[in-house]
Design a protein around this ligand. Structure first.
Ligand code: SAM
Length: 220
């Protein structure tokens, strides 16, 4: 497995540097501390990813690589690539020995890939960190093949617990940016030029709700 580190990451001090700092300290205990949450996210996202054995899949904000690992275990022929801002999270992913998958440190809004390289782009629990979601969605559309699919799972602002948490984190946590509800998510995707947009909301326990958005890239 390759861990390539882009040395010229253009940090935006307010948010992206805060993410890097936060995940440098969270990384060693991330998998243990968030086991239930990671497993729930994986389960719900995999259900909606509609993987084909010939797919090439990019995971944005792949963190410690749990989703990449689950994909390669279930579909050994699928090629996976992970990107994340946090080198420490990628180090944990590298130790999982996920085939020969490239793991690359970069920003979601500036992906170091050729246009039309991936069949699917997936992202779990990372979207609420993105300060410029429109730019990231445009960049994802660029790297998706024509008719390629984006699948995003993240907190859903339509649930009260998430909304309260979002407000709290906006004030007290510099790495957090914003969560979205179903309609806001549909709006973002539509504005970024995606079609066939579907956003499903669901609870993973009595308190916490997520959503998974699926859409198709258009290259007109
Ligand atoms: C809550 S973790 C989720 C990790 C993994 N996807 C999961 O579900 O377990 C969020 C991840 O998003 C990454 N991240 C946040 N902002 C990012 C950005 N702008 N570009 C790339 N990765 C980012 C963080 O470094 C962190 O590893």
């Amino acid at each position: 497995m390759v861990l390539s580190i882009m040395t010229e990451i253009n940090y935006t001090p307010n948010n992206e540097y805060a993410v890097i700092k936060e995940y440098a300290s969270l990384a060693p205990n991330y998998d243990r501390r968030w086991t239930f949450y990671i497993n729930a996210t994986l389960r719900e996202t995999l259900k909606r990813l509609d993987i084909n054995p010939t797919d090439k899949i990019l995971d944005i904000g792949c963190g410690t690589g749990s989703l990449l690992q689950a994909i390669t275990e279930g579909y050994p022929q699928v090629k996976v690539v992970g990107v994340d801002l946090s080198i420490e999270m990628l180090r944990i992913a590298r130790n999982k020995q996920i085939k020969d998958s490239p793991l690359i440190a970069c920003q979601a809004r500036c992906l170091p890939f050729r246009s039309e390289s991936f069949d699917k782009v997936v992202s779990c629990n990372a979207f609420h960190y993105l300060r410029k979601p429109e730019e990231c969605l445009a960049e994802i559309a660029r790297v998706l093949k024509p008719q390629g699919r984006i699948v995003i799972t993240d907190w859903c602002d339509d649930y009260i617990a998430c909304r309260v948490c979002d407000l709290f984190l906006r004030v007290f946590n510099r790495s957090h940016f914003k969560t979205y509800g179903r309609r806001a998510c549909e709006y973002l995707l539509r504005n970024a030029g995606y079609s066939n947009i579907q956003v499903e909301r669901y609870k993973i326990n009595w308190l916490w709700g997520l959503m998974t958005a699926k859409a198709q890239a258009n290259h007109d």
